[in-house]
Design a protein around this ligand. Structure first.
Ligand code: GLC
Length: 718
């Protein structure tokens, strides 16, 4: 419909009808539904009337297309002005075909891979009646105690920006109105939700505005530049004010500085939770705070519906604020063509072939092979050969709990376990499944006996899906002690141990690494887990993932991330051993494995690295690198370019990722890659939030990990 249609529609709406458009409800509140839909937050009494429900704006998390069709049909019969409902859901890393968790997707270092995940997710979810996904989550994360690191693509602003934008494009495609296989994307959580103190879920976020702009804001900005239709507020405060009633954050930064004109939705209950934060005394003040801060849609609490009318009629809130919120909702529905076709994606018999198809499974398998990280491979114990006798031991040897957190519609029963994929594929295979947390002596014995008889052991250990995700913070990032004991005993029985790790967060895995000849971190690989791991362990696919988040030595080292500042007493190779340095007495400063690290079955050489030694302020720097596959098998490498501003008006990180390219090369093949670092890459925020590029010495690092780099000096001059 055209803009005039929407404007005329708004003029016809009563204040009650407008305010109802600003409320999102779970399907449980609608008549005739069989399923209660996804419940991803606390359920409360919302004091809803029939009138309110029939004028509601949108539905969160319906579980069935049949449900949604019933809800929409009933709604269209009763809604006076025929304003259709819009259906939103959490499609985070797949819908029915589940892809690796986003932390693993980050390790792919590939926009193509991440875009494919989003495209298939949208294909399946749109065929299931959904219109909007609450994805991408682009919160920068540096603390693996926080369970939602699994939902992020990691600790780097540049990586998160590029992959967040790729997800938006994958979900929305080129023409959301015409292409009914796509979804509108909702960027979250605005803002800086990934930095809770102590890694404790929903805890306070407190940082300098300079830090916020420099590291936390860029990925939201990139996702919005990619055209995301919605933004979701975060639960946390920023500068002491809850994001959901933070006028500066939402109206000045999001709307004015970033130019966002779409729908801003609260997180589940976040409007009412400002009372818990202590910045509103009651639901009326909460409603006032949120609407003044520009929140258009209240998720699953009743502040707007119970207080906005009074606030408008008393003049405390201008009706124009309600009008702008409602217009944004009407525009979003119109962008999806819902006025022309309220039943988009809801025709029950349509497009069933788009869901969990062989093609979608193949896509998930390929994405999973690109997202796993090979951390160790001594004596080239990997890849395995099928004439070996292999024992698969551990809690994940046969488990289908391989999807990870934030899976609402995918089924574990559809997943391919290690057992499903490996059984019968080697000269001899044994499977010994143990518990995740407690392993009896008898089970240890069974495992040791199986290990003794094998040529190689694949130790399948890790977390349960429910141990990461929302409301899943850990004070200690360790697995249950029984799993470390199992690894030690197996290694004592037979040292040929290949550990496959399933995890939603970086974990303290030192003892696993010490007792294994090889370690492959697969995170939670999704529906095609077993097949992807088969491809990787047998060399059908060469591992190419690079860590998107640092793996610490131990919990006490957190927060640790690659782009830290140097401090005034940095520990270096030259002064190691001295006392008065920034260091620990009991562990090294280095992480167990650094950001950007990942091994391959082949080797790559970086040569002929060329760049100018001097550029002017404002001039771009081109970096040329020749990369050659010098090994025996084909594979992919991620060439990374980091920048270090040696002396500046503020202390700058010892390195920052500014560019990367992933390239596939046959054995012996080489190619030359060009990277362009522009003025923005050389610029940074001052304490007064001015953005500047300063002259002076910079180091450009080129490598295949944040810790395996060649350094080049570049002088920036006026
Ligand atoms: C949850 C999450 C958010 C999700 C929303 C709807 O609490 O914080 O990421 O999209 O509620 O399920």
């Amino acid at each position: 419909m055209d803009k005039k249609y929407l404007e005329d529609l708004l003029l016809k709406m009563t204040l009650d009808e407008k305010i109802s458009q600003m409320m999102q409800l779970s399907p449980i509140f609608f008549k005739g539904t069989e399923m209660q839909g996804e419940i991803t937050g606390p359920m409360e009494e919302l004091h809803l009337t029939e009138e309110i429900i029939k004028n509601a704006g949108s539905v969160l998390g319906s579980s069935s297309k049949k449900d949604m069709l019933q809800i929409q049909e009933a709604h269209m019969e009763t809604n006076r002005l025929g304003i259709p409902l819009i259906f939103m859901a959490d499609i985070i890393h797949g819908h029915k075909t589940i892809f690796p968790i986003p932390l693993a997707l980050g390790a792919s270092f590939s926009e193509e891979i991440v875009g494919e995940m989003a495209r298939v997710s949208a294909l399946e979810a749109s065929a299931s009646g959904h219109h909007v996904t609450f994805s991408p989550m682009v919160d920068l994360v540096r603390d693996p105690r926080w369970g939602r690191v699994m939902e992020s693509t990691g600790e780097d602003p540049h990586l998160n920006s590029r992959l967040g934008a790729a997800m938006v494009k994958g979900y929305q495609g080129e023409n959301l109105l015409e292409d009914h296989t796509r979804l509108a994307a909702c960027v979250k959580h605005f803002a800086a939700y990934g930095a809770p103190q102590g890694g404790r879920e929903y805890h306070t976020v407190d940082m300098s505005m300079r830090e916020f702009y420099q590291n936390y804001l860029p990925a939201y900005e990139a996702a919005l530049e990619a055209g995301a239709k919605m933004v979701m507020t975060s639960f946390n405060v920023l500068d002491g004010v809850p994001a959901t009633m933070n006028k500066w954050l939402n109206r000045d930064v999001l709307r004015k500085e970033l130019g966002f004109s779409g729908v801003l939705i609260s997180d589940w209950g976040a409007v009412k939770e400002v009372i818990n934060h202590g910045t509103a005394a009651n639901t009326k003040e909460a409603a006032k705070g949120a609407v003044l801060a520009g929140v258009d849609l209240e998720m699953m609490t009743e502040c707007y519906i119970t207080s906005l009318k009074e606030l408008v009629e008393s003049g405390e809130v201008a009706e124009s604020l309600v009008d702008e919120a409602v217009m944004r909702m009407l525009v979003l529905k119109n962008d999806l063509g819902l006025f022309e076709d309220p039943y988009r994606g809801l025709k029950v018999s349509e497009r069933t072939g788009d869901i969990l198809s062989a093609r979608n499974r193949q896509a998930a398998r390929r994405v999973a092979t690109e997202s796993a990280v090979l951390l160790k491979n001594n004596q080239n114990i990997l890849p395995l050969s099928t004439d070996q006798k292999v024992a698969f031991i551990g809690p994940l040897a046969e488990s289908k709990d391989v999807l990870g957190g934030w899976v609402v519609y995918g089924e574990k029963s559809d997943a391919v376990s290690i057992y499903d994929a490996f059984s019968g594929k080697f000269s001899e295979t044994k499977f010994v499944t143990t518990d995740y947390e407690t392993i009896s002596e008898a089970d240890y014995k069974r495992a040791e006996d199986a290990a003794k008889d094998a040529d190689v052991i694949v130790l399948c250990v890790g977390e349960k899906s429910e141990w990461s995700g929302e409301a899943a913070s850990l004070a200690t990032i360790r697995l249950p002690e029984a799993q470390y004991e199992l690894c030690k005993r197996i290694a004592a029985a037979n040292s040929s141990v290949v550990t496959v790790l399933f995890n939603g967060r970086p974990l303290d895995i030192k003892e696993l690494v010490q007792n294994s000849e090889a370690v492959l971190d697969v995170f939670f690989p999704g529906t095609e887990a077993g097949n992807a791991i088969f491809d990787l362990l047998t060399g059908k696919v060469n591992p190419s993932g690079k860590l998107s988040m640092t793996i610490p030595q131990t919990t006490g080292q957190i927060p640790i991330f690659y782009n830290e500042l140097r401090t005034g007493r940095p520990k270096t190779e030259q002064n190691a051993g001295e006392k008065y340095l920034s260091q620990y007495l009991d562990i090294p400063n280095e992480p167990l494995f650094p950001f950007g690290f990942g091994l391959s079955y082949t080797h790559f050489a970086l040569t002929d690295i060329k760049m100018k030694k001097e550029i002017a302020v404002g001039e771009s720097l081109t970096v040329d690198v020749t990369v050659q596959n010098t090994g025996e098998c084909a594979g992919s490498e991620v060439v990374q370019v980091y920048l270090f501003d040696v002396t500046a008006s503020v202390s700058r990180p010892q390195k920052e990722l500014k560019a990367f390219q992933k390239v596939y090369l046959e054995s012996g093949e080489k190619t030359t890659l060009s990277f362009i670092l522009n003025e923005k890459d050389f610029s940074f925020y001052l304490p007064d939030l001015k953005v500047v590029q300063e002259e002076g010495i910079h180091h450009v690092f080129v490598g295949t990990s944040s810790c395996d780099v060649k350094s080049f000096e570049v002088r920036v001059v006026r």
